[in-house]
Ligand binder design. Structure first.
Ligand code: NAD
Length: 294
């Protein structure tokens, strides 16, 4: 099948590779030409704009940083809606504000383009393995139509509700991940300060109730002092900002999210915006003057 793919960053590139491996013809675009060339070398067809992709492809996937980038690629100059044929399906897999998904979907409907939001969890390793968790919102019939394609990219794809429901679910996911990394950092700082080796603490508790996928992924990175992204601090700031704005709009109460947002913004101010979000531990390390390492 001919598939358009826009946004060839940390996540987009391995997703394109998996779709190519599954035998699809990929037409790709990114504002960074070097990423387009990289994917051309991997077997994709390079395109010069989102509109050029829309002129050729009836299924288009976007994997972009935030709401404004998706709006630009869909509704902006040289965007998808300038060239899209009626009946085209847009699967936006970026993590953006749920209200932005609704706004983009409304613009799509005017051009008879059908859209679902389908953000993912799992990060780069699962994008590479094709085992992402996909959470979707929008018309269930459209979700069913693209289910086989989503199955190439993820090991699970769940339809969560109307348009925006995928991104609402993703915000819930991002709150849990950020708070979990902060909890792990805080707990390991306590045990380190009290003189217990972090590897022993990890071994002792990972199989119990405190164990988590987040702890299993992030403690080895922290112990190695490896803060290569992965998932960048700045992207997590974006997600928590979307969560806090959505919380305000919906009357939800997010006191812990707000606290962790302050930590993330402090790290950004310290120049760590491009570090992996496991660098939340660096906030605790800076305040105490103690590192949690092997
Ligand atoms: P990234 O910054 O590595 O890649 C985004 C790409 O989009 C960049 O290559 C950029 O040049 C391109 N881009 C920006 N605006 C564009 C436009 N108008 N047209 C074409 N290309 C444009 O980001 P990423 O880590 O790949 O994340 C993408 C999305 O996936 C984000 O919403 C992120 O929150 C989400 N996500 C990321 C991870 C992760 O671990 N990295 C995990 C789950 C979800």
């Amino acid at each position: 099948m001919q598939i358009g793919f826009i946004g060839l960053g940390i996540m987009g590139k391995p997703m394109v590779r998996n779709l190519l491996k599954a035998g699809h013809e990929l037409h790709v675009y990114d504002i960074e030409q070097k990423y387009v060339s990289e994917m051309e070398a991997a077997g994709a067809v390079p395109e010069i704009s989102s509109a050029a992709i829309a002129a050729k492809c009836r299924l288009i996937i976007t994997m972009l940083p935030n709401s404004e980038h998706v709006k630009a690629a869909v509704m902006g100059k040289d965007g998808i809606l300038e060239q899209a044929q009626p009946g085209t399906i847009l699967v936006d897999m970026s993590s953006i504000a749920p209200l932005a998904s609704k706004e983009i979907c409304e613009a799509c409907e005017k051009k008879e383009v059908r859209m679902i939001d389908a953000p993912v969890s799992g990060g780069e390793p699962k994008a590479v393995d094709g085992t992402l968790s996909i959470m979707a919102g929008g018309d269930e019939a459209v979700f069913e139509e693209v289910y086989d394609i989503l199955s190439v990219l993820g090991s699970s794809a769940v339809h969560c509700g109307a348009i925006g429901a995928g991104n609402t679910t993703k915000l819930a996911n991002q709150i849990i991940v950020a708070l979990n990394i902060a909890a792990v950092s805080e707990a390991f700082m306590l045990s380190t300060k009290a003189g217990v080796e972090p590897e022993k603490v990890f071994d002792a508790i990972k199989g119990g109730l405190a164990g988590s996928t987040v702890m299993n992924a992030k403690i080895p990175m922290i112990l190695d002092g490896n803060f290569e992204p992965g998932f960048k601090i700045d992207l997590h700031i974006k997600d928590l900002r979307n969560a806090i704005n959505t919380g305000n709009a919906q009357g939800a109460f997010l006191p812990l999210t707000t606290q962790v947002m302050e930590i993330l913004q402090t790290l950004h101010a310290d120049g760590l915006g491009d570090s992996d979000h496991s660098a939340i531990v660096r906030f605790y390390e800076k305040v105490t003057g103690t590192e949690i390492r092997k």
